[in-house]
Design a binder for this molecule. Structure first.
Ligand SMILES: C[S@@+](CC[C@H](N)C(=O)[O-])C[C@H]1O[C@@H](n2cnc3c(N)ncnc32)[C@H](O)[C@@H]1O
Length: 327
């Protein structure tokens, strides 16, 4: 399991770069880029080294935290997963590659694909003294590069699918899956639209024989009924520079994200997943669970001390064995 904060090496490299940038300029560019994302736009406004740095300063800690949490969920279900190669598609500043390198010491080969030359340059600068220094970072449209990219045990597409046209998504998911020797991880913003994209990818992957590692404990239809939807939240620390670039006062932020981890390896029964922060009242703790049998509101009454103690430790996104959920 890896922490949600940037590895010290990456934090130091990023802050060293940010120190050379006038804080106001970085904050202004980061504001424009973030607003574009909030309006449903893409990374297209990131054109210069300053843009790339402003983007990374503002967003890399949060997207890293979301990928770290997703990889932790994978490890929780498959503790023996030991990939040797990573393919990071839409890699940007290399965020997901850093998280995967932290999570899996076994990773030796890193291939990154992205169309943005400013982000690629920044990724290479940030990684120059790290394990990722020898990564093969290819520049171009991932839909084309994927044709000749090497297969990898772990393929990650982090905060990328939202940047593709509706018409390009299905082909992109298929191409990601073709390159997946073992596990594919897709991470998207934790919005209803992000959830909808994950649902589409989920259906497509299951139709091609994928088994789901997380968050879903089954391959049945998603049991949530609109307007209900699924996402998770990861809290992460904000450094001083991160706060300044975001014009934020709190020393932490909560990143909302949704993810899907799918594998070619058949899986046995999987534990239930906690879909919201459990509700605590004087009488009981109630947890909303996605189980292999569908949705369950599991209640641990205070008088049932073992069950209550178990539910007290539960957080949004955690897993719980089905037996324990029946208590
Ligand atoms: C929001 S950034 C995410 C970067 C990184 N994966 C992360 O999690 O921090 C989206 C990235 O996808 C890249 N991207 C979007 N569409 C692409 C395409 N068709 N081909 C290659 N890269 C693409 C953008 O250039 C950008 O670097």
């Amino acid at each position: 399991m890896i922490p949600p904060s940037l590895p010290a090496e990456l934090k130091a490299a990023l802050e060293q770069q940010l120190h050379g940038l006038p804080r106001d300029a970085a904050a202004t560019r980061a504001g424009v880029i973030s607003q574009t994302y909030r309006d449903g736009g893409t990374s297209a406004p990131i054109r210069t080294p300053t843009d790339a740095l402003a983007y990374a300063g503002a967003r890399m800690p949060a997207t890293y935290a979301a990928v770290a949490a997703s990889l932790n969920a994978v490890i929780g279900i498959r503790p023996d997963f030991a990939p040797d190669a990573l393919l990071d598609v839409g890699a940007g500043p290399g965020t997901a590659s850093w998280a995967a390198a932290q999570a899996f010491e076994t990773l030796g080969a890193f291939t990154l694909l992205d169309a943005n030359s400013a982000l690629r340059e920044l990724a290479r600068t940030l990684a120059q003294d790290s394990r990722l220094a020898k990564a093969n970072y290819q520049l171009g449209d991932a839909r084309k590069l994927l044709r000749d990219a090497p297969e990898a045990a772990l393929v990650i597409a982090s905060y990328v699918i939202n940047e593709l046209d509706d018409s390009a998504r299905d082909g992109f998911i298929d191409a990601l899956w073709r390159k997946t020797a073992d596990t594919l991880l897709i991470v998207e913003p934790g919005t209803p639209a992000g959830y909808a994209r994950i649902l589409e990818a989920r259906a497509r992957l299951i139709a091609q024989g994928a088994h789901l590692i997380a968050p879903c404990p089954h391959e049945n239809a998603c049991p949530l009924q609109a307007p209900d939807w699924c996402h998770f939240v990861q809290r992460l620390p904000r450094s001083r520079i991160h706060q300044q670039i975001k014009g934020a006062e709190l020393p932490y932020e909560d990143e909302k994200f949704i993810y899907l981890a799918a594998t070619r390896v058949a899986l046995g029964p999987r534990p239930s997943r906690v879909l919201a922060q459990p509700e605590l009242t004087k009488a009981a703790i109630t947890a909303k669970l996605c189980t292999s049998q569908g949705l369950l509101r599991a209640v641990a009454p205070r008088r049932d001390k073992p069950a209550y103690a178990r539910f007290r430790r539960l957080d949004w996104g955690d897993t719980i064995e089905p037996d324990a959920a029946q208590d």
